[in-house]
Design a protein around this ligand. Structure first.
Ligand code: FPP
Length: 248
């Protein structure tokens, strides 16, 4: 994956291009942003949360149908406990406001990942947000929390194995479509574009199955500094790519 250079794409604007239906964002670089300013890492996450709100609303405003953001991975529990605690507090504060925050934008909130590790308080906020927003007709915003692409596949395989065991599924009927239906993102289109700010060239276990044909745009900006213009640049870069889905 090559680092995308901003100056390559300045001649188009987003009104001229076909937008992706589903965007994934790996919100990376909060820690480095804080370090550069001599602040604790948690301050980077707080700034990252503000960027997340701004970019989510902007995606909804320009007509993106699905946005998936990577907020906390299955591996992030390995971070120092004060950082994990700060992130959990941030999620809780955010979810307390989210129901009202996105109401006027008609955003539908969903959480993808293994919920069993979260506190009962956070869990009930997640459920409340999903229930309150499920009848809206705007952009679907998937927040990946305690999410890992491998863990998601293990869960799907286990579910299908149980269905085979109880006789409701025959092994010959296991198809790519059926696997997709056992993922957290069931019923949603695969991401067309995955944006990774902060310059790292890794998938980091994000939407492993779903991103098989996604275009990656890696950008040299830390997530808290990410702007609407950066998103526009990524969209324009995406529009210039020639997606062949394995064909010619
Ligand atoms: C990765 O940057 C970022 C995270 C592990 C947390 C992402 C969370 C937010 C942006 C908070 C907002 C989310 C919601 C839903 C309110 P990093 O800490 O690995 O950065 P580094 O690579 O520079 O250390």
């Amino acid at each position: 994956m090559a680092l995308f250079k901003k100056k390559q794409v300045q001649e188009l604007s987003i009104e001229d291009i076909q937008l992706p239906e589903h965007i994934g964002i790996i919100m990376d670089g909060n820690g480095r942003w804080a370090k550069k300013r001599g602040l604790p890492r948690s301050a980077g996450h707080t700034a990252g949360a503000q960027t997340f709100r701004k970019i989510a609303r902007y995606c909804s405003d320009i007509g993106i149908k699905y946005l998936t953001v990577y907020a906390f991975s299955t591996e992030n529990w390995r971070r120092p406990s004060d950082e994990v605690d700060a992130l959990m507090r941030l999620f809780k504060d955010y979810l307390q406001e989210a129901i009202r925050d996105f109401k006027d934008d008609s955003i539908v909130l969903k959480f993808i990942g293994d919920r069993s590790a979260f506190s009962p308080e956070l869990l009930s906020l997640m459920n409340e947000n999903e229930e309150e927003s499920c009848d809206r007709d705007g952009m679907v915003l998937n927040i990946a929390m305690n999410y890992g692409g491998r863990a998601e596949l293990v869960t799907a395989i286990r579910e299908m194995a149980n269905e085979v065991k109880d006789g409701s599924l025959s092994p010959e009927d296991i198809s790519e479509e059926l696997v997709s239906q056992h993922l957290y993102t069931k019923g949603q289109p695969d991401p067309d574009l995955i944006i990774r700010p902060s310059g790292e060239n890794r998938t980091s276990n994000f939407l492993l199955w779903q991103s098989a044909y996604a275009e990656y745009v890696i950008m040299d900006v830390l997530w808290p500094d990410f702007t609407k213009e950066d998103l526009n640049q990524a969209l324009i870069e995406f529009a210039k790519r020639n997606r062949r889905f394995g064909g010619v």
